[in-house]
Ligand binder design. Structure first.
Ligand code: AMP
Ligand code: MG
Length: 372
């Protein structure tokens, strides 16, 4: 885009020539772009957000009806809005205001925060408490810095923190979209669901601008629209990381839908050589030490659901996770879902794939993982 900056304006023949040349170039630009006065892409917009990276990709012929650079910028702004409202820091954060409020004080929140909190409470209820967005007080007792540590919280400190966890102690009032704590010192933590929601919100923005092909990636949580258009209408490609090295262990294609992964390699600490991951079992208050090394969820339409489910299945583990998927095959997962769990076992990796087919059917396959 040309930038017009202030400065001395000197009327001269040379200047007129430059303007004429510029007008000709602009005319060429108008006629070659086809879709208006802007280029048709591709656009890849990279940014930092929510403690991770963000990337919005609009391929050529994405379908957007405004400048694709602007469409990508608007989508980034949607992600930034989620971060501002739901990060535990910052003066404009609903989560911080709620976390600073004493028990019994009502805090009005933005409709976006309300939407995510209501979803988080629904996941809490349906997961039997495995997903708990109030895990904050317990999480604060640990430092997930990837290092070996001798120090574990004392039993009484852990018990005290646990008494301030429990999504049933978060009161809500639809009228006015207000939240309040039943107990002092509770903390909302939307870290297991907000990135997925941000990807959905970015995609909503792109859809409003006419997109038919786009990819949103918020720290590995993906929301895809259409395929990657070109001669062959290629699908988007995504990968699953080997949980114990940096290689990609598996690749798959995606046309429409969402992907989220939770893994024990993302943030953890070591104690007596045991890996404690940043997902905490609300039943014990202890960071997970066993269960799947990673869970990848492929959902047909919602990155929020994929994100919440990936975390939930880490807590539930293989057996209870399968039971949960079966139990919700006609409920939460009535539109179908695919789950790939990688379990680090006996020096190798076992791969469990569970598919809910959208008609209530569930299939499970378990086999040693082989890289492809
Ligand atoms: P994710 O990477 O999406 O699995 O989210 C993990 C993050 O969610 C953690 O860093 C915590 O902030 C938060 N969290 C930890 N344990 C739980 C849990 N059981 N339920 C909900 N959120 C959790
Ligand atoms: Mg999650």
């Amino acid at each position: 885009m040309p930038k017009f900056e202030g400065g001395q304006y000197r009327r001269s023949f040379g200047r007129t020539l430059i303007i004429a040349a510029f007008a000709m170039m602009l005319g060429y630009y108008f006629s070659s772009a086809g879709t208006g006065w802007f280029s048709s892409g591709p656009v890849v917009r990279n940014f930092e957000t929510m403690n991770t990276y963000g990337r919005i990709t609009l391929p050529e012929k994405s379908g957007v009806t405004i400048d694709p650079e602007l469409a990508a910028a608007e989508a980034e702004a949607a992600v930034a809005r989620v971060n501002t409202l739901m990060s535990p820091f910052g003066d404009d954060s609903d989560v911080k205001r709620l976390n600073d409020a004493p028990a019994g004080t009502w805090v009005s929140v933005d409709p976006l925060t309300w939407r995510v909190v209501m979803e988080a409470l629904r996941w809490h209820r349906l997961s039997g408490g495995a997903f708990d967005p109030t895990i904050g007080p317990v999480k604060r007792l640990f430092t997930f810095d990837g290092l070996e540590t001798d120090a574990m919280p004392a039993d009484d400190a852990l018990a005290e923190a646990r008494s301030r966890v429990g999504a049933d102690k978060l009161r809500f009032e639809r009228e006015g979209m207000r939240l309040s704590w039943a107990v002092d010192g509770m903390r909302l933590d939307l870290g297991a669901i907000a990135k997925g929601f941000a990807a959905d919100l970015a995609m909503e923005s792109l859809l409003r601008n006419g997109a038919r092909h786009a990819l949103v990636d918020i720290g590995g949580e993906l929301r895809a629209l259409g395929g990657k258009p070109g001669d062959a209408r290629k699908p988007w490609r995504a990968g699953i990381r080997h949980p114990r090295d940096d290689d990609v262990i598996e690749r798959f294609e995606l046309v429409d839908g969402a992907v989220a992964t939770s893994g024990d390699y993302e943030r953890f600490f070591l104690h007596n050589g045991v890996r404690y991951e940043h997902i905490i079992d609300p039943r014990t208050g202890i960071p997970l030490t066993e269960g799947p090394a990673s869970v990848t969820v492929i959902h047909p339409s919602s990155c929020l659901a994929a994100d919440a489910l990936a975390t939930t299945l880490c807590v539930l583990g293989e057996r209870d996770g399968e039971a949960f998927l079966r139990g919700q095959a006609l409920g939460l997962f009535s539109s179908g879902v695919r789950v790939i769990m990688l379990l680090a076992e006996d020096g190798g990796v076992r791969r469990v794939e569970i598919t809910v087919d959208g008609e209530g059917g569930v299939t499970v396959e378990s086999a040693p993982a082989s890289s492809n």
